[in-house]
Write a protein that binds this ligand. Structure first.
Ligand code: SAH
Length: 350
C-alpha cells in the first residue's frame, strides 16, 4: 500500500509553496500552518477558516494524521505511556514523565532499532523502519493534547521538554530528525527552545558526524555502557563498532559547538557494567571533558538474565566518579508498574 506523505513531514518554510501550487493567496499558507503546528489539527474539516477546495486539494496529496492511540497506561507515579498505531499497522511508544514544573516527553524515532543492545526491549525485533518527520512531530502534539485534556495533578505550567530516548536510534534516522527538529524549533512551527530538546544516541560515528555538520544546538546524551571497547561491544554490539575514544571525542566536539555540556548515560547491570574498576576507567576516560554522567539502573526485561545493580553498589559506583571530579547523578526509572522501559509495551502487545 502506497501511503501519502504526512502534511507535518513538511517544515514551515515549505507551506508557502504548497498553497502557491493550489493557486490560492499566500496568507492561506499561514492558516494551514497554524492548524498543523499550533492547533494540532488531526482532521481536515477542523480547518474552519480554510476554503474547502484547498482542504480537498491538500488532502488528496497529504495525510494529516499518522498516529492512532492504541493503548494508554498510567503509572502510580503519574508516568503515562502511549502505544500508537501507525498507518501501516506498526506500533511505537511515547511517554509523558511529569515533573514539578514541566513534563518530559520521551519520543520514538524508529519502529524497532538496529543497534542490538543486549539490555533493550526495542532491540529484540530489529529495525522495522524509520519514522517520517510528521510521525515524530505528531507524537509531541498527541502528548500535549493529552496533558491539556487530562492535566497531571500538582504539575505546574504546561511547558514540556522533549527527549529522544524512546524506540530507535535518532542519529540513524537523521533524514527525518533534521526536518522534525526544524519544525520543533521554528517560531512558526512548534516554537520550542533548543534548551528543551535532548537527543540521546548510542553514538555511531557517522551519526555523530552528521549531527556535528548540521549543528542544531540541542542537547546531547551519549549512551556508553562500557569502559573499554571490548566491554562496550559486548553490551552494545552495533554502536560498539565505533571506538570509545572516537565516540567521546565526537560528542565533546558537538558539545563545544553547541555550547552545552554533554551527558553520558550509563546503564547499571549487575556483574556487567557495575564493577568498581569500570567506574575508575570511566572516570579516566571522561577526565578533561565537560561531561556529566547519568547512572540508570537497568529496567529488567521479562525474558532476560540481566539484573539491575543493587542500591549500595549504585551509590559506590557514583562515589568513585564524583570523587574523581565527574558530576554524576542517579536516574530513577519511572513507571515501573507499567511497561515503561523502552520497547516493553510494544513487545508485550505483539
Ligand atoms: N538509541 C538511543 C535512544 C534510545 S535508548 C540511545 O541509545 O541513547 C535511550 C536510553 O535508554 C539509553 O541511554 C539506553 O541505554 C537506555 N535504556 C534502554 N533500555 C534500557 C533498560 N532496559 N533499562 C535501563 N535503561 C535502558
Amino acid at each position: 500500500m502506497e501511503l501519502k506523505p504526512l502534511l507535518r513531514s513538511l517544515v514551515p518554510d515549505q507551506f508557502a509553496a504548497l498553497v502557491a501550487e493550489a493557486g490560492v493567496p499566500a496568507y492561506r499558507a499561514q492558516q494551514v500552518q497554524q492548524w498543523a503546528f499550533v492547533q494540532d489539527a488531526m482532521q481536515w474539516d477542523q480547518m474552519g477558516n480554510v476554503p474547502r477546495t484547498l482542504r480537498e486539494s491538500l488532502s488528496e496529496r497529504y495525510d494529516l494524521a499518522g498516529l492512532a492511540l492504541q493503548e494508554r497506561q498510567v503509572s502510580s507515579d503519574h508516568t503515562r505511556k502511549f502505544l500508537f498505531r501507525l498507518r501501516d499497522g506498526h506500533t511505537i511508544e511515547s511517554v509523558i514523565i511529569p515533573m514539578a514544573d514541566h513534563a518530559t516527553f520521551c519520543l520514538s524515532t524508529q519502529v524497532g532499532c538496529a543497534m542490538a543492545c543486549t539490555f533493550c526491549a526495542t532491540a529484540r525485533g530489529g529495525l522495522v523502519r524509520n519514522l517520517e518527520a510528521g510521525e515524530i512531530i505528531e507524537q509531541i502534539q498527541r502528548l500535549r493534547t493529552d496533558l491539556k485534556t487530562d492535566p497531571v495533578p500538582g504539575m505546574g505550567d504546561r511547558q514540556f521538554n522533549v527527549v529522544f530516548m524512546g524506540m530507535g536510534e535518532p542519529l540513524d534516522n537523521w533524514e527525518a530528525m533534521e526536518p522534525a527538529l526544524q519544525s520543533m524549533m521554528a517560531p512558526d512551527g512548534l516554537g520550542m527552545s533548543k534548551r528543551r530538546i535532548q537527543i540521546s544516541t548510542s553514538g555511531p560515528a557517522a551519526g555523530l558526524q552528521r549531527l556535528i555538520a548540521s549543528s542544531p544546538g540541542v542537547g546531547l546524551t551519549l549512551s556508553l555502557g562500557g569502559s573499554t571497547d571490548e566491554e562496550r561491544h559486548k553490551v552494545m554490539p552495533v554502536p560498539g563498532r565505533t571506538g570509545l575514544k572516537e565516540a567521546l571525542g565526537l560528542a565533546a566536539d558537538y558539545g563545544r559547538l553547541a555550547g552545552r555540556r554533554v551527558t553520558i548515560a550509563w546503564v547499571l547491570i549487575e556483574g556487567r557494567t557495575d564493577e568498581p574498576e569500570q567506574a575508575e576507567r570511566l572516570a579516566r576516560l571522561l577526565k578533561g571533558h565537560n561531561f556529566k554522567v547519568n547512572l540508570i539502573p537497568l529496567n529488567p526485561l521479562d525474558d532476560s538474565k540481566l539484573v539491575p545493580t543493587a542500591d549500595p553498589a549504585v551509590l559506590g559506583f557514583q562515589k568513585i566518579l564524583t570523587e574523581a571530579g565527574v558530576p554524576t547523578f542517579i536516574r530513577a526509572s519511572g513507571g515501573r508498574d507499567i511497561d515503561a522501559a523502552c520497547g516493553q509495551l510494544r513487545r508485550r502487545r505483539q
